[in-house]
Design a protein around this ligand. Structure first.
Ligand SMILES: Nc1ncnc2c1ncn2[C@@H]1O[C@H](COP(=O)(O)OP(=O)(O)OP(=O)(O)O)[C@@H](O)[C@H]1O
Ligand SMILES: [Mg+2]
Length: 459
Protein backbone atom coordinates (compact mmCIF):
# COMPACT_ATOMS: atom_id res chain seq x y z
CA UNK A 1 0.00 0.00 0.00
CA UNK A 2 1.44 3.37 -0.91
CA UNK A 3 2.09 5.98 1.73
CA UNK A 4 -0.67 8.54 2.09
CA UNK A 5 0.26 12.17 2.08
CA UNK A 6 -1.91 15.21 2.65
CA UNK A 7 -0.82 18.47 1.02
CA UNK A 8 -2.16 21.70 2.49
CA UNK A 9 -1.74 25.10 0.83
CA UNK A 10 -4.04 28.04 0.25
CA UNK A 11 -2.55 28.54 -3.20
CA UNK A 12 -4.31 26.39 -5.74
CA UNK A 13 -1.34 26.37 -8.12
CA UNK A 14 0.99 24.96 -5.46
CA UNK A 15 -1.48 22.21 -4.63
CA UNK A 16 -1.61 21.21 -8.28
CA UNK A 17 2.16 21.10 -8.70
CA UNK A 18 2.70 19.05 -5.55
CA UNK A 19 -0.20 16.74 -6.30
CA UNK A 20 1.36 15.91 -9.65
CA UNK A 21 4.93 15.61 -8.34
CA UNK A 22 4.06 13.34 -5.41
CA UNK A 23 1.49 11.36 -7.35
CA UNK A 24 4.12 10.54 -9.98
CA UNK A 25 6.49 9.46 -7.22
CA UNK A 26 3.93 6.87 -6.16
CA UNK A 27 2.28 8.51 -3.18
CA UNK A 28 -1.46 8.54 -2.52
CA UNK A 29 -2.02 12.29 -2.41
CA UNK A 30 -4.96 14.20 -1.02
CA UNK A 31 -5.15 17.99 -0.85
CA UNK A 32 -6.73 20.66 1.30
CA UNK A 33 -6.71 24.42 0.87
CA UNK A 34 -7.07 25.39 4.53
CA UNK A 35 -6.27 24.16 8.02
CA UNK A 36 -9.82 23.20 9.00
CA UNK A 37 -10.33 21.35 5.74
CA UNK A 38 -7.06 19.53 6.38
CA UNK A 39 -8.32 18.42 9.79
CA UNK A 40 -11.39 16.89 8.21
CA UNK A 41 -9.22 14.87 5.83
CA UNK A 42 -6.95 13.89 8.69
CA UNK A 43 -9.77 12.50 10.77
CA UNK A 44 -11.14 10.57 7.82
CA UNK A 45 -7.92 9.32 6.20
CA UNK A 46 -5.22 9.35 8.86
CA UNK A 47 -2.43 9.94 6.35
CA UNK A 48 1.14 9.06 7.28
CA UNK A 49 2.47 12.44 6.18
CA UNK A 50 1.27 16.03 6.02
CA UNK A 51 3.01 18.61 3.86
CA UNK A 52 1.68 22.02 4.78
CA UNK A 53 2.26 25.64 3.94
CA UNK A 54 3.15 27.74 6.95
CA UNK A 55 1.38 30.97 6.09
CA UNK A 56 -2.32 30.47 5.53
CA UNK A 57 -5.25 32.67 6.45
CA UNK A 58 -7.28 31.46 9.42
CA UNK A 59 -5.47 28.44 10.81
CA UNK A 60 -1.77 28.62 9.96
CA UNK A 61 0.68 25.76 9.54
CA UNK A 62 1.85 25.94 13.14
CA UNK A 63 -1.66 25.60 14.52
CA UNK A 64 -2.35 22.81 12.10
CA UNK A 65 0.81 21.09 13.31
CA UNK A 66 -0.42 21.17 16.90
CA UNK A 67 -3.79 19.84 15.85
CA UNK A 68 -2.20 16.98 13.90
CA UNK A 69 -0.17 16.08 16.99
CA UNK A 70 -3.44 15.49 18.80
CA UNK A 71 -5.71 14.06 16.14
CA UNK A 72 -3.22 11.67 14.53
CA UNK A 73 -0.08 11.79 16.65
CA UNK A 74 1.84 9.39 14.45
CA UNK A 75 1.52 11.54 11.34
CA UNK A 76 4.76 13.29 10.40
CA UNK A 77 4.49 16.94 9.40
CA UNK A 78 6.69 18.84 6.95
CA UNK A 79 6.32 22.61 6.69
CA UNK A 80 6.82 24.73 3.60
CA UNK A 81 7.93 28.27 4.32
CA UNK A 82 9.03 31.26 2.35
CA UNK A 83 12.45 32.71 3.01
CA UNK A 84 12.39 34.98 6.01
CA UNK A 85 10.07 32.85 8.13
CA UNK A 86 12.78 30.42 9.10
CA UNK A 87 12.53 31.37 12.76
CA UNK A 88 8.94 30.22 12.89
CA UNK A 89 10.00 27.05 11.15
CA UNK A 90 12.55 26.41 13.88
CA UNK A 91 9.79 26.84 16.45
CA UNK A 92 7.76 24.35 14.44
CA UNK A 93 10.57 21.82 14.65
CA UNK A 94 10.54 22.27 18.39
CA UNK A 95 6.80 21.60 18.34
CA UNK A 96 7.48 18.33 16.60
CA UNK A 97 7.50 19.08 12.89
CA UNK A 98 9.72 16.64 11.05
CA UNK A 99 11.30 19.05 8.60
CA UNK A 100 10.81 22.29 6.73
CA UNK A 101 11.54 23.17 3.15
CA UNK A 102 11.82 26.66 1.80
CA UNK A 103 9.82 28.16 -1.00
CA UNK A 104 10.18 28.51 -3.92
CA UNK A 105 10.05 24.73 -3.92
CA UNK A 106 12.67 22.58 -5.52
CA UNK A 107 11.35 19.15 -6.50
CA UNK A 108 14.44 17.32 -5.21
CA UNK A 109 14.14 18.94 -1.80
CA UNK A 110 10.49 18.02 -1.61
CA UNK A 111 11.02 14.39 -2.55
CA UNK A 112 14.04 13.95 -0.31
CA UNK A 113 12.26 15.39 2.72
CA UNK A 114 9.13 13.37 2.06
CA UNK A 115 11.11 10.15 1.73
CA UNK A 116 12.96 10.73 4.94
CA UNK A 117 9.76 11.51 6.80
CA UNK A 118 8.23 8.36 5.36
CA UNK A 119 11.10 6.26 6.73
CA UNK A 120 10.75 7.90 10.10
CA UNK A 121 7.00 7.23 10.19
CA UNK A 122 7.65 3.57 9.45
CA UNK A 123 10.30 3.35 12.15
CA UNK A 124 8.04 5.00 14.67
CA UNK A 125 5.26 2.56 13.84
CA UNK A 126 7.60 -0.40 14.33
CA UNK A 127 8.86 1.04 17.58
CA UNK A 128 5.36 1.53 18.80
CA UNK A 129 4.60 -2.11 18.21
CA UNK A 130 7.71 -3.07 20.13
CA UNK A 131 6.80 -0.74 22.95
CA UNK A 132 3.34 -2.20 23.14
CA UNK A 133 4.87 -5.65 23.49
CA UNK A 134 7.12 -4.46 26.30
CA UNK A 135 4.16 -2.68 27.84
CA UNK A 136 2.15 -5.87 27.78
CA UNK A 137 4.97 -7.74 29.49
CA UNK A 138 5.28 -5.01 32.04
CA UNK A 139 1.63 -5.14 32.92
CA UNK A 140 1.97 -8.85 33.24
CA UNK A 141 4.47 -8.41 36.05
CA UNK A 142 1.87 -7.34 38.60
CA UNK A 143 -0.26 -4.41 39.66
CA UNK A 144 2.73 -2.24 40.54
CA UNK A 145 4.36 -2.87 37.18
CA UNK A 146 8.13 -2.91 37.43
CA UNK A 147 8.23 -0.28 40.11
CA UNK A 148 11.57 -0.35 41.85
CA UNK A 149 12.60 1.37 45.06
CA UNK A 150 13.54 0.55 48.61
CA UNK A 151 14.31 3.93 50.18
CA UNK A 152 12.23 5.10 53.14
CA UNK A 153 10.91 7.99 51.08
CA UNK A 154 9.77 5.84 48.18
CA UNK A 155 8.35 3.12 50.36
CA UNK A 156 6.20 5.61 52.17
CA UNK A 157 4.85 6.85 48.82
CA UNK A 158 3.96 3.28 47.87
CA UNK A 159 2.36 2.79 51.26
CA UNK A 160 0.01 5.74 50.72
CA UNK A 161 -0.59 4.63 47.15
CA UNK A 162 -1.72 1.16 48.17
CA UNK A 163 -3.95 2.63 50.79
CA UNK A 164 -5.75 5.08 48.50
CA UNK A 165 -5.78 3.10 45.27
CA UNK A 166 -8.90 1.00 46.05
CA UNK A 167 -10.93 4.09 46.99
CA UNK A 168 -12.79 6.28 44.53
CA UNK A 169 -10.91 9.39 45.65
CA UNK A 170 -9.21 11.67 43.18
CA UNK A 171 -5.43 11.49 43.51
CA UNK A 172 -3.04 14.26 42.53
CA UNK A 173 0.44 12.92 41.82
CA UNK A 174 3.09 15.62 42.17
CA UNK A 175 6.80 15.52 41.58
CA UNK A 176 9.62 16.78 39.41
CA UNK A 177 9.92 15.69 35.85
CA UNK A 178 11.01 12.07 35.47
CA UNK A 179 10.28 10.98 39.04
CA UNK A 180 7.80 8.29 38.01
CA UNK A 181 4.45 10.05 38.24
CA UNK A 182 2.95 8.26 35.27
CA UNK A 183 4.20 4.90 36.49
CA UNK A 184 2.53 5.48 39.85
CA UNK A 185 -0.69 6.76 38.28
CA UNK A 186 -0.89 3.48 36.37
CA UNK A 187 -0.20 1.56 39.57
CA UNK A 188 -3.14 3.33 41.23
CA UNK A 189 -5.41 2.15 38.46
CA UNK A 190 -4.02 -1.39 38.54
CA UNK A 191 -4.54 -1.65 42.29
CA UNK A 192 -8.08 -0.31 42.17
CA UNK A 193 -11.38 -2.11 41.70
CA UNK A 194 -11.42 -0.54 38.27
CA UNK A 195 -8.32 -2.41 37.09
CA UNK A 196 -10.44 -4.46 34.71
CA UNK A 197 -11.81 -1.24 33.23
CA UNK A 198 -9.93 1.10 30.90
CA UNK A 199 -7.17 3.49 31.87
CA UNK A 200 -7.33 6.49 29.56
CA UNK A 201 -4.53 9.04 29.59
CA UNK A 202 -5.00 12.64 28.52
CA UNK A 203 -1.87 14.69 28.06
CA UNK A 204 -3.24 18.15 28.83
CA UNK A 205 -0.08 19.81 27.52
CA UNK A 206 -0.56 18.35 24.06
CA UNK A 207 -4.18 19.20 23.30
CA UNK A 208 -4.69 22.49 21.47
CA UNK A 209 -7.27 24.82 22.91
CA UNK A 210 -9.74 24.43 20.06
CA UNK A 211 -9.75 20.64 20.23
CA UNK A 212 -10.01 20.31 23.98
CA UNK A 213 -13.76 19.88 24.11
CA UNK A 214 -14.09 17.46 21.23
CA UNK A 215 -11.19 15.39 22.57
CA UNK A 216 -12.52 15.18 26.11
CA UNK A 217 -16.24 15.10 25.49
CA UNK A 218 -16.44 13.72 21.98
CA UNK A 219 -18.68 14.97 19.21
CA UNK A 220 -21.90 14.12 17.41
CA UNK A 221 -22.28 13.42 13.74
CA UNK A 222 -22.30 16.73 11.87
CA UNK A 223 -20.92 18.77 14.79
CA UNK A 224 -18.51 20.31 12.29
CA UNK A 225 -17.64 19.68 8.68
CA UNK A 226 -16.04 16.29 8.46
CA UNK A 227 -17.61 14.90 11.63
CA UNK A 228 -18.94 12.00 9.63
CA UNK A 229 -19.96 10.00 12.65
CA UNK A 230 -20.19 10.25 16.39
CA UNK A 231 -16.90 10.02 18.23
CA UNK A 232 -16.68 9.40 21.95
CA UNK A 233 -14.36 11.63 23.98
CA UNK A 234 -11.82 10.49 26.54
CA UNK A 235 -14.31 10.84 29.39
CA UNK A 236 -16.62 8.39 27.70
CA UNK A 237 -13.78 6.02 26.83
CA UNK A 238 -12.78 5.97 30.48
CA UNK A 239 -16.27 4.98 31.62
CA UNK A 240 -15.99 2.30 34.27
CA UNK A 241 -12.27 2.92 34.59
CA UNK A 242 -9.75 5.65 35.33
CA UNK A 243 -9.12 8.92 33.52
CA UNK A 244 -5.51 10.01 33.95
CA UNK A 245 -5.09 13.76 33.45
CA UNK A 246 -1.36 14.11 32.87
CA UNK A 247 0.46 17.49 32.92
CA UNK A 248 -2.66 19.01 34.40
CA UNK A 249 -0.77 22.21 35.25
CA UNK A 250 -0.42 23.03 31.55
CA UNK A 251 -4.13 23.60 30.95
CA UNK A 252 -5.27 27.07 29.98
CA UNK A 253 -7.75 28.80 32.26
CA UNK A 254 -10.46 28.36 29.63
CA UNK A 255 -9.91 24.59 29.56
CA UNK A 256 -9.87 24.53 33.35
CA UNK A 257 -13.38 26.00 33.40
CA UNK A 258 -14.67 23.32 31.05
CA UNK A 259 -13.06 20.55 33.03
CA UNK A 260 -14.34 21.89 36.33
CA UNK A 261 -17.89 21.88 35.03
CA UNK A 262 -17.79 18.16 34.27
CA UNK A 263 -16.18 17.36 37.58
CA UNK A 264 -18.84 19.28 39.44
CA UNK A 265 -21.79 17.95 37.54
CA UNK A 266 -20.51 14.50 36.66
CA UNK A 267 -22.03 14.85 33.21
CA UNK A 268 -21.54 16.69 29.94
CA UNK A 269 -22.75 17.00 26.36
CA UNK A 270 -20.85 15.89 23.30
CA UNK A 271 -19.85 18.74 20.98
CA UNK A 272 -22.78 19.43 18.66
CA UNK A 273 -25.11 17.37 20.82
CA UNK A 274 -27.84 18.13 23.31
CA UNK A 275 -28.09 14.80 25.07
CA UNK A 276 -26.49 14.71 28.48
CA UNK A 277 -23.93 11.98 28.95
CA UNK A 278 -23.16 10.68 32.42
CA UNK A 279 -20.05 8.63 33.03
CA UNK A 280 -18.55 6.72 35.91
CA UNK A 281 -14.92 7.76 36.00
CA UNK A 282 -12.22 7.86 38.64
CA UNK A 283 -9.73 10.68 38.24
CA UNK A 284 -5.99 10.64 38.72
CA UNK A 285 -4.05 13.78 37.83
CA UNK A 286 -0.34 14.48 37.64
CA UNK A 287 1.83 17.55 37.35
CA UNK A 288 5.41 18.66 37.79
CA UNK A 289 4.31 22.20 38.51
CA UNK A 290 3.72 23.86 41.85
CA UNK A 291 -0.06 24.13 41.58
CA UNK A 292 -0.39 25.91 44.88
CA UNK A 293 1.85 28.66 43.65
CA UNK A 294 -0.01 28.78 40.36
CA UNK A 295 -3.21 29.25 42.32
CA UNK A 296 -1.63 32.15 44.20
CA UNK A 297 -0.56 33.63 40.87
CA UNK A 298 -4.04 33.09 39.45
CA UNK A 299 -2.77 30.78 36.76
CA UNK A 300 -4.67 27.81 38.10
CA UNK A 301 -8.25 27.90 39.38
CA UNK A 302 -8.47 27.41 43.08
CA UNK A 303 -11.77 25.49 42.89
CA UNK A 304 -10.30 23.05 40.35
CA UNK A 305 -7.18 22.66 42.48
CA UNK A 306 -9.24 21.56 45.47
CA UNK A 307 -11.23 19.15 43.34
CA UNK A 308 -8.07 17.49 42.08
CA UNK A 309 -6.01 17.62 45.22
CA UNK A 310 -8.21 15.36 47.34
CA UNK A 311 -5.34 12.98 48.03
CA UNK A 312 -1.93 14.42 47.27
CA UNK A 313 0.84 11.97 46.44
CA UNK A 314 4.27 13.57 46.40
CA UNK A 315 6.98 11.64 44.61
CA UNK A 316 10.36 12.70 46.00
CA UNK A 317 13.15 13.61 43.58
CA UNK A 318 15.85 10.99 43.15
CA UNK A 319 18.44 13.12 44.97
CA UNK A 320 16.34 12.73 48.12
CA UNK A 321 16.42 8.95 47.87
CA UNK A 322 19.92 7.92 46.85
CA UNK A 323 19.26 4.47 48.26
CA UNK A 324 17.17 3.78 45.20
CA UNK A 325 19.94 4.54 42.71
CA UNK A 326 21.75 1.16 42.76
CA UNK A 327 18.50 -0.74 42.61
CA UNK A 328 17.10 1.32 39.75
CA UNK A 329 20.42 1.15 37.93
CA UNK A 330 20.45 -2.64 38.22
CA UNK A 331 16.86 -2.80 37.04
CA UNK A 332 17.51 -0.67 33.96
CA UNK A 333 20.72 -2.57 33.28
CA UNK A 334 18.76 -5.78 33.05
CA UNK A 335 16.09 -4.23 30.86
CA UNK A 336 18.51 -2.64 28.38
CA UNK A 337 21.05 -5.46 28.31
CA UNK A 338 18.23 -7.73 27.23
CA UNK A 339 16.80 -5.25 24.77
CA UNK A 340 20.17 -4.63 23.14
CA UNK A 341 21.18 -8.27 23.42
CA UNK A 342 24.37 -7.43 25.27
CA UNK A 343 26.09 -9.49 27.90
CA UNK A 344 26.45 -6.63 30.37
CA UNK A 345 25.93 -8.07 33.82
CA UNK A 346 26.87 -5.44 36.33
CA UNK A 347 28.29 -2.05 37.24
CA UNK A 348 31.77 -1.47 38.64
CA UNK A 349 32.03 0.01 42.12
CA UNK A 350 33.58 3.19 40.74
CA UNK A 351 30.78 3.68 38.26
CA UNK A 352 28.14 3.04 40.90
CA UNK A 353 29.82 5.53 43.17
CA UNK A 354 29.75 8.10 40.38
CA UNK A 355 26.04 7.44 39.83
CA UNK A 356 25.37 7.94 43.50
CA UNK A 357 27.39 11.14 43.63
CA UNK A 358 25.40 12.72 40.82
CA UNK A 359 22.45 15.03 41.55
CA UNK A 360 20.03 13.65 38.93
CA UNK A 361 18.14 16.80 37.91
CA UNK A 362 16.25 14.63 35.40
CA UNK A 363 15.48 12.04 38.08
CA UNK A 364 14.68 8.41 37.24
CA UNK A 365 14.23 9.13 33.54
CA UNK A 366 17.75 10.56 33.38
CA UNK A 367 19.10 7.54 35.23
CA UNK A 368 17.28 5.26 32.83
CA UNK A 369 18.73 7.07 29.81
CA UNK A 370 22.19 7.05 31.36
CA UNK A 371 22.13 3.31 31.96
CA UNK A 372 20.73 2.62 28.51
CA UNK A 373 23.52 4.64 26.92
CA UNK A 374 26.14 2.96 29.11
CA UNK A 375 24.87 -0.50 28.19
CA UNK A 376 25.16 0.36 24.52
CA UNK A 377 28.68 1.79 24.91
CA UNK A 378 29.94 -0.91 27.27
CA UNK A 379 32.56 -3.21 25.77
CA UNK A 380 32.99 -5.63 28.65
CA UNK A 381 30.52 -7.26 30.99
CA UNK A 382 30.48 -4.43 33.56
CA UNK A 383 29.57 -0.79 33.05
CA UNK A 384 32.57 1.31 34.01
CA UNK A 385 33.15 4.97 34.68
CA UNK A 386 34.23 5.50 31.08
CA UNK A 387 30.76 4.42 29.89
CA UNK A 388 29.13 7.29 31.79
CA UNK A 389 28.63 10.77 30.33
CA UNK A 390 31.56 13.10 30.98
CA UNK A 391 29.77 15.31 33.45
CA UNK A 392 29.07 12.33 35.70
CA UNK A 393 32.62 11.07 35.75
CA UNK A 394 34.49 11.99 38.90
CA UNK A 395 37.09 14.63 38.16
CA UNK A 396 40.61 13.38 37.81
CA UNK A 397 39.43 9.93 36.82
CA UNK A 398 41.90 9.37 34.04
CA UNK A 399 40.95 12.48 32.14
CA UNK A 400 41.84 15.32 34.45
CA UNK A 401 41.80 18.68 32.76
CA UNK A 402 45.02 19.85 31.26
CA UNK A 403 46.29 23.37 30.81
CA UNK A 404 48.14 24.24 27.65
CA UNK A 405 50.48 27.22 27.33
CA UNK A 406 52.16 28.62 24.29
CA UNK A 407 55.94 28.75 24.49
CA UNK A 408 56.94 32.18 25.70
CA UNK A 409 53.88 32.79 27.88
CA UNK A 410 54.96 34.98 30.80
CA UNK A 411 55.34 32.95 34.01
CA UNK A 412 53.06 35.37 35.79
CA UNK A 413 50.22 34.53 33.38
CA UNK A 414 50.75 30.77 33.63
CA UNK A 415 50.75 30.99 37.39
CA UNK A 416 47.62 33.06 37.32
CA UNK A 417 45.77 30.59 35.10
CA UNK A 418 47.03 27.58 37.05
CA UNK A 419 45.71 29.04 40.28
CA UNK A 420 42.34 30.00 38.84
CA UNK A 421 41.77 26.64 37.15
CA UNK A 422 42.85 24.69 40.21
CA UNK A 423 40.44 26.70 42.31
CA UNK A 424 37.70 25.90 39.87
CA UNK A 425 38.58 22.25 40.12
CA UNK A 426 38.37 22.34 43.93
CA UNK A 427 35.11 24.22 43.83
CA UNK A 428 36.68 27.30 45.41
CA UNK A 429 38.41 25.44 48.24
CA UNK A 430 41.58 27.49 48.60
CA UNK A 431 43.33 25.21 51.10
CA UNK A 432 42.90 22.20 48.87
CA UNK A 433 43.99 24.19 45.83
CA UNK A 434 47.13 25.29 47.62
CA UNK A 435 47.92 21.69 48.57
CA UNK A 436 47.49 20.54 45.01
CA UNK A 437 49.70 23.33 43.71
CA UNK A 438 52.34 22.61 46.31
CA UNK A 439 52.32 26.08 47.79
CA UNK A 440 51.35 27.44 51.16
CA UNK A 441 47.75 28.53 51.62
CA UNK A 442 49.14 31.91 52.57
CA UNK A 443 50.71 32.23 49.16
CA UNK A 444 47.48 31.52 47.35
CA UNK A 445 45.66 34.10 49.42
CA UNK A 446 48.35 36.65 48.69
CA UNK A 447 48.34 35.98 44.98
CA UNK A 448 44.59 36.23 44.85
CA UNK A 449 44.73 39.48 46.77
CA UNK A 450 47.18 40.88 44.25
CA UNK A 451 44.71 40.06 41.49
CA UNK A 452 41.55 41.32 43.09
CA UNK A 453 43.06 44.50 44.38
CA UNK A 454 43.11 43.27 47.94
CA UNK A 455 39.78 41.96 49.17
CA UNK A 456 40.81 40.34 52.44
CA UNK A 457 40.27 36.61 52.49
CA UNK A 458 42.58 35.44 55.26
CA UNK A 459 41.15 32.94 57.72
N1 LIG B 1 10.39 3.55 40.78
C1 LIG B 1 10.60 3.26 39.49
N2 LIG B 1 10.89 2.00 39.13
C2 LIG B 1 11.12 1.67 37.85
N3 LIG B 1 11.07 2.55 36.84
C3 LIG B 1 10.76 3.82 37.12
C4 LIG B 1 10.51 4.24 38.47
N4 LIG B 1 10.22 5.55 38.46
C5 LIG B 1 10.29 5.94 37.18
N5 LIG B 1 10.61 4.92 36.36
C6 LIG B 1 10.80 5.00 34.91
O1 LIG B 1 11.36 6.26 34.62
C7 LIG B 1 10.76 6.83 33.46
C8 LIG B 1 10.08 8.13 33.79
O2 LIG B 1 8.94 7.89 34.59
P1 LIG B 1 7.54 8.63 34.35
O3 LIG B 1 7.29 8.83 32.90
O4 LIG B 1 6.52 7.93 35.14
O5 LIG B 1 7.91 10.02 35.00
P2 LIG B 1 7.03 11.36 35.14
O6 LIG B 1 7.16 11.78 36.56
O7 LIG B 1 5.67 11.13 34.59
O8 LIG B 1 7.87 12.37 34.26
P3 LIG B 1 7.36 13.72 33.50
O9 LIG B 1 6.99 14.72 34.54
O10 LIG B 1 8.58 14.14 32.76
O11 LIG B 1 6.22 13.31 32.64
C9 LIG B 1 9.80 5.78 32.93
O12 LIG B 1 10.45 5.02 31.95
C10 LIG B 1 9.49 4.95 34.16
O13 LIG B 1 9.13 3.65 33.81
MG1 LIG C 1 4.72 12.07 32.90
Amino acid sequence: MSTRILVVDDEESNLKVLDRLLGKAGYAVSTASSGPQALDVLRADQPELVLTDLKMPGMDGLELLKAVRTVTPTTEVILMTAYGTVEIAVEAMREGAYDFITKPLNRHDVLRSVRKAEEKAQLVAENRQLRQQVEAQRNATGPLGTTVGRSEAFRSVLETLKQVAPSEATVLVMGESGTGKELLARAIHNLSDRSKGPLIRVNCAAIPENLFESELFGYEKGAFTGAAGRKPGRFELADGGTLFLDEVGEMSLAMQVKLLRVLQEGEFERVGGTKTVAVDVRLVAATNRDLERMVAERKFREDLYYRLNVIPLRVPPLRDRYDDVPLLAAHFLRVYAEKNRKGVRGITDDALEALQAYRWPGNVRELENTVERAVVLCKGDHIGVADLPGHMQPEGSGNARKLVFAIGTPLREMEDLAIRETLRYTGGDKKLAARLLGIAARTIYRKLEDKTGGEGDED
